[in-house]
Write a new protein. Structure first.
Length: 651
């Protein structure tokens, strides 16, 4: 084999295309003697495509140093150039230690006891049938965890890249399974895997103060695989006991499901002239301040067997971190509280920790997204305000019992009402007044007391325009159209569609405001693809350009997204019982049956446009239209999507 007169035998590094190779052809059969494979892209079961990266035995891959920057999960962050302490600029080797001291300061200093017997004795009573156990893993568990590894994530403290485990999973699965089962059998989590590499990432703008940075933890790859396999097995056993109020770190639940439930309650009440008071709570360093002894007791309350509790006690005991900055590392420090960052079991432990919080409430409703908590209640008189205050007091008492604290300066209250003179009450957290606001940001959506999303739309449009301008300037010389599209979808459209089902405008002026941003990009994309800029709107209509570059209107995408969500909900693909109970089948009378085909679902009766254009109402209206064309309970997703697009696009 030759390429421009150069023999492969003379090359140190080359790639072999595997197009046409089926599963019976092993990669080792394709490489010449004396070479070894350092990377293989062909996936299991893939009949063709991919490539092997082959090198001589002495050829060594070296990491390219990017001074001052760090890549975490495919995102490039600029590290601080200087860190200032007490007016003095620290040397780079001193910065790592300063970051370590700051990150360590948020953890509790006391060593947890992690006494399994005491945890079982102090646990709440559990049903004997609800025993959560994990004696061993099987080969499919480990293979699945290896398959789910993200190959391009950062290297942990062990220095082993995740793609190596993922690509070599067929070889590594059995020895890893043996090691993991020994860990479970002995109830011991290896000490080496408890060490975490931490990289400081700016919270917002660049700062020379360590307090302006947050730690991003990166675990060893074998630890990630073990945690992923254990998490999948345990979550299946405890999912039935999890509160429906929790929407964080759960499959098929998200900020969208949280806000849909919330806005469905709030908009229905406000449309009926009822006031809603909401209290937002901000936990202080929630994931870092979790008391491990309390957490172990909570696990026992879920029915974890003593042997499994012993494994989790070993997992939490003597965990360490070190900070890496500009090539320098700090001394390791202990984390004697909190849940493990950057892991699968850490978030799982946290939602188990706060799972009983909604049980303390007597009057108000609550919703959780991980550590984001909000209480809300209908207010008709001063007595209702007092009942809400009592529930706030119960939440504060729960936090004291469980060793968690609130950041009172960031705890807010807001009143949702369109009345001229709503009832105003000042709520307190432990004798400290909660700040009353008329506008706040909830899971990425700007909410106002009048439930107008004008401010939110204007804000995201400004940000989208700014990002679009950056793309148009930087991508001027790009030859790869796919790169330009990826930049737009990531930096612009993602902002225009984040939780769009909640705030989707029904007023034409705001719809046009959003569409104008995409229209500017698609004309630029048309120029890139066809070499002609579509100046004249009459000669190059927007719909024509959209079709030529393969895009849909943002309005179409918003309506399709909420329709697909509701379709998956009624088909049982999404677990959201609170929202599902709001959907009712329409039961027509005989007269209506004779005159026309009845609607499948009952639309909420709205008094104002607030409820008439609410997410649930819009979705119900669209599903009723679709029920005439497809069987909503028998069609597949492709059939549903085609029918939905045919209605939305020609609406």
């Amino acid at each position: 084999m030759f390429y421009e007169g150069v023999s492969i035998s003379e090359a140190n590094l080359f790639a072999i295309t595997e197009t046409g190779c089926n599963d019976s052809v092993h990669d080792s059969e394709l490489i010449p003697p004396g070479y070894h494979i350092i990377r293989c892209d062909r996936a299991d079961g893939r009949k063709q495509g991919g490539a092997c990266l082959v090198a001589t035995p002495w050829f060594e891959l070296r990491r390219m140093a990017i001074p001052g920057d760090v890549i975490i999960d495919n995102q490039v962050f600029e590290l601080p150039r200087t860190i200032i302490k007490n007016g003095e600029v620290l040397m780079e080797e001193e910065c790592a230690g300063e970051f370590a001291r700051f990150f360590q300061s948020v953890y509790k200093a006391e060593q947890p006891l992690l006494d399994v017997d005491a945890s079982v004795a102090g646990a709440a009573t559990v049903c004997e049938g609800a025993r959560v156990h994990l004696d061993c893993l099987n080969l499919d568990d480990v293979r699945g965890a290896l398959q789910r590894l993200k190959p391009k994530t950062s290297v942990g403290p062990d220095g082993i890249p995740p793609f190596l485990f993922r690509d070599c999973r067929e070889v590594l699965a059995e020895p890893l399974l043996h090691i993991y089962n020994l860990c479970l059998k002995s109830a011991v989590f290896p000490e080496t895997w408890k060490l975490t590499r931490v990289v400081p990432i700016p919270k917002g703008k660049m700062s020379s103060n360590v307090e302006g940075y947050r730690p991003v933890a990166i675990l060893s790859t074998p630890a990630k695989v073990l945690e992923a396999a254990v998490h999948k097995r345990l979550y299946a056993q405890v999912s039935a006991q999890l509160t429906d109020a929790q929407h964080g770190f759960r499959p098929a639940r998200s900020t969208t499901s949280n806000l849909l439930n919330y806005m469905s309650d709030v908009m229905t009440a406000v449309d009926s002239g009822i006031q809603i008071d909401a209290a937002y709570f901000d936990f202080k360093k929630a994931f870092d301040m979790v008391d491990n002894d309390v957490l172990l007791r909570k696990l026992a309350s879920f029915g974890f067997t003593p042997h499994l509790l012993q494994f989790f006690a070993s997992y939490m005991r003597d965990r360490q971190q070190f900070v890496e900055y500009a090539g320098y590392v700090s001394e390791p420090y202990h984390t004697r509280s909190g849940v493990s960052q950057g892991s699968n079991l850490g978030p799982f432990e946290f939602i188990l920790m706060v799972n009983d919080l909604p049980d303390v409430l007597k009057e108000a409703k609550c919703l959780l997204f991980a550590d984001d908590l909000k209480l809300y209640m209908e207010i008709g008189n001063q007595e209702d305000c007092e009942r809400l205050q009592k529930d706030i007091d119960r939440v504060v008492a729960w936090s004291h019992r469980n060793g968690l604290q609130f950041n009172t300066s960031k705890c807010l209250t807001i009143t949702f009402s369109r009345a001229r003179h709503p009832i105003v009450n000042n709520y307190k957290i432990a004798d400290v007044l909660m700040t009353r606001v008329s506008e706040l940001r909830d899971l990425g959506v700007q909410l106002t007391s009048k439930l107008s999303f004008k401010e939110h739309i204007e804000k995201i449009c400004k940000k989208a325009y700014r990002n679009l301008g950056f793309i148009l300037r930087r991508a001027y010389d790009f030859k790869n159209i796919g790169a330009v599209i990826a930049l737009y979808n990531t930096l612009v459209r993602s902002h225009l569609e984040c939780n769009a089902g909640i705030w989707a405008p029904h007023e034409t002026k705001y719809t046009l405001m959003l569409e104008r941003i995409q229209n500017k990009f698609i004309r630029y994309l048309y120029l890139k693809q066809y070499g002609v800029y579509p100046f004249y709107p009459l000669k190059y209509p927007t719909l024509f350009i959209l079709g030529m570059v393969g895009y849909n209107e943002l309005r179409v995408r918003r309506q399709l997204a909420i329709a697909v969500y509701m379709f998956r909900l009624i088909r049982g693909k999404i677990n959201n019982p609170e929202l599902l109970e709001r959907i009712s089948f329409n039961v027509p009378d005989r007269y209506a049956e004779r005159r026309r085909k009845p609607r499948l679902l009952a639309e909420p009766r709205a008094r104002t446009n607030l409820l008439r254009e609410a997410p649930l109402t819009r979705a119900t209206r669209l599903l009723n239209q679709l029920s005439d064309r497809v069987d909503l309970f028998g069609c597949n997703m492709n059939e549903f999507t085609r029918a939905a697009l045919s209605i939305i696009c020609y609406d």
